[in-house]
Design a protein around this ligand. Structure first.
Ligand code: NDP
Length: 294
């Protein structure tokens, strides 16, 4: 058996087109231009790449993009003052503070200062709590992308056995909640879980969000399972350029899984597309408009 490759690049492109169509509609019908503000502190190279990509894709979708680049040694008070300004700014509907922040800043305090209505990263405790309570919420983008990718394979996830390996606030925990909302039966695994291969063997849907290169082996999987690999790991190649691999041993999994996301070209592509979705949703909610059709 060779698994179907879930084409995150194509699915993300299609989602971005749908967002752009909806943005054009709210501009035309309601004179509303959704706006996203991204705050970058310091010069982390990976963060700079992500922020550039967010800026380009936001503008390509017809939204307003506001970039705020702050020096590495910015004070917590100055960063909080910027967030307070963005919270009040009527042109800004989404606020994203690029993580990780320098160690001198207290991440939780910064995230908690963002207006939950503009928290397009879905990390504010109000949104995390609402999601956990089964209420409408802005949800973190990567888990949202995972659900969309899974639904490119199955229209309904109802009653399916899912395992989420990883329980971070950014990926694992919100993904569990989104799967519950889809009526899947969810096992949550983490570094203290016992016998991961046995837990995986029961899962129709396997989500790996661990940060350990190729940890999930092909022989852990139930034949025909759908595998969504969130991991992005840069590994050294002797004499060559570093290579990106996921948390799943892709070549092994290909022979067992029914469908699988590649790394790169899978989940990573969806994260920014879902950020655009969240910004559009936030703009509509703030202006009392019905939720957009994306
Ligand atoms: P974290 O480091 O915050 O969380 C990792 C999780 O994996 C923890 O819950 C940890 O358990 C668990 N874990 C660690 N080791 C093991 C193990 N041996 N067995 C089982 N579970 C284990 O990472 P993130 O959630 O932020 O990210 C996970 C991966 O996803 C990373 O590779 C990251 O780069 C990638 N990522 C990709 C994104 C994308 O857009 N594609 C976006 C965000 C992340 P415990 O809680 O017990 O410590």
């Amino acid at each position: 058996m060779t698994a179907r490759i879930i084409d995150g690049k194509a699915i993300a492109a299609e989602l971005r087109t749908r967002v752009a169509d909806e943005v054009a509609r709210v501009k035309r019908d309601h004179a509303l231009t959704p706006g996203l503000a991204v705050v970058l502190v310091g010069h982390d190279p990976a963060s700079e790449v992500y922020v550039r990509s967010k800026h380009t894709q936001t503008q390509a979708a017809g939204m307003a993009s506001f970039e705020h680049k702050l020096p590495e040694d910015v004070s917590q008070a100055d960063l909080l003052a910027l967030i307070a300004r963005l919270n009040r700014d009527p042109l800004v509907h989404g606020i994203l503070v690029q993580l990780p922040l320098p160690k001198s800043l207290h991440t939780e305090t910064i995230i908690n200062a963002i207006d939950p209505a503009k928290d397009v990263d879905g990390l504010h405790p109000n949104n995390a709590g609402r999601l956990a309570g089964g209420l409408a919420a802005l949800s973190p983008c990567t888990p949202l992308g995972c659900i969309i990718l899974t639904k490119s394979v199955y229209a309904s996830l109802e009653g399916m056995n899912a395992i989420v390996i990883g329980r971070s606030n950014l990926v694992g925990r919100p993904l569990v909640q989104l799967l519950l909302n889809e009526n899947a039966t969810v096992t949550i695994a983490h570094s203290r879980s016992r016998d991961l291969p046995k837990l995986c063997a029961q899962a129709d849907l396997v989500y790996a969000a661990v940060g350990r290169p190729e940890m999930v082996r092909g022989d852990w999987l139930k034949p025909g399972a759908t595998v969504i690999d969130v991991g992005i790991n840069r590994i050294a190649v002797p004499g060559g350029k570093p290579k990106l691999v996921g948390d799943v041993a892709f070549q092994e999994a290909l022979n067992v899984a029914g469908a699988i996301t590649p790394v790169p070209g899978g989940v990573g592509q969806m994260t920014v597309a879902c950020l655009l979705v969240n910004t559009l949703r936030a703009a509509c909610a703030i202006h009392g408009l019905p939720a957009p059709a994306v």
